[in-house]
Write a protein that binds this ligand. Sequence first.
Ligand code: GDP
Ligand code: IMO
Ligand code: MG
Length: 427
Amino acid sequence: MPVVAVIGAQWGDEGKGKIVDMLSEKAKYVVRFSGGDNAGHTVVNPHGEFKLRLTPSGIFYKETTSVIGNGVVVNPAVLNKEIDDLNARGIDTSRLLISDRAHLIMPYHIVIEGLEEEALGGKAIGTTRKGIGPAYADKVARTGIRAGDLLDKEVLRERLATALENKNKILTKIYGADALSFDDIYTQYCQYADRWAPCICDTSAVLAEAIARNEPVLLEGAQGTLLDPDYGTYPYTTSSSPMAAGACLGAGIAPNKLTHTLGVFKAYQTRVGAGPMPTELNDETGNAIRELAQEYGTVSGRPRRCGWFDAVAARLTARVNGFNSLAITRLDVLDKLPRLRICTGYKVDGQVIDNFPASTTTLVKCQPVYEDLPGWQKTTGKTRVFNDLPVKAQKYIKRLEELVGCPVSHISIGQRREETIVRKSVF
Ligand code: GDP
Ligand code: IMO
Ligand code: MG
């Protein structure tokens, strides 16, 4: 009864899409459980190169059912386009299910988020401006509209009327912006309802039955644990939990059903958007990594901030997720570098600490304490067995294992499925 969660262990973009696409071969169900179209998961496989935002990365396998879980916020316009694009490229998407409990992103979420970010000026979070935060805020404020509401257009009408009345007050009275039209939004969402109604169901119940039949289930994380609203660099975080606990909640699977939690790390570190990042390299090496690895946002195209692997942050994310093993991606990006550094502690106010502080005011003061390792300066992309890696690359991986306190089961050395060293299978 394997139920495997693939969790982002840094600030997102760790290569979850690649790992999930590769592991999906053995899965019967692949479930997105958090976030929305703020995610951008790149998948390179025999069908081509894809940048998925809402669709689970298991969509490419004929036997696999793709599930958008209750923890996701769905922008139906983005889903329409993504599914149309996949279909145009010959991908069968007929096995997609959407939880009736998933909340919908509405046009006012996107407009309000843009206004909020503008109002914050230099203190802006640097969100993806997809309306993610406002949609989750409505969820907990109990004013959200859910996919299940699309199944009854009278319910949809009522919920939209109540929500929009309030949102239009915010738009016009607080921001001096134009009000949005009820008729336009209602007509648009009725069209989405006509398209998606056949896919909307109680996906938690579907997954419970699959687990009872012993069918393998893969839970696909979005974002990364350092963007978690509780354990990330608050307030510079996203608004849903990308963690293993979030996976159970957002897929509707009981925690005791999880059999393996796989933490995905880059072999170094990146971040997009604002907020502290102690190992950020604002120098030639940082630029070199960005250009070598083409570290630009999958969705936004924004340059990603690059830095050395941060073992202090990694220990936190391993602890709060309970990783059973790690996947280290993009090891090949480091192939050319003569010297590598790993951050083992932070120096702050004259003291060395080895725990990740909760406060961003403290984090910005943290100076990384580094351990240096020699680079291997050999190509790793064609390696398929751990012992065939250059010895210095093996040492780098072993040191990460020691520092994080968790075994590395997967090493990724390229974008494609086959460019992976599997030391221990998770299914
Ligand atoms: P995700 O959001 O975690 O799915 O990651 P993204 O897709 O946003 O960013 C990861 C990028 O790294 C994508 O362009 C992947 O195709 C690419 N990638 C994943 N694994 C590897 C790897 O081992 N080596 C290289 N060179 N690229 C990789
Ligand atoms: P994947 O799934 C990297 C970041 C944004 C911003 C913060 C809040 O591809 O790893 P939001 O729009 O969520 O309110 O923005 O979170 N962010 C991501 N960074 N990868 C992602 O997803 C991200 N999703 C959100 O840049 O800093
Ligand atoms: Mg991404």
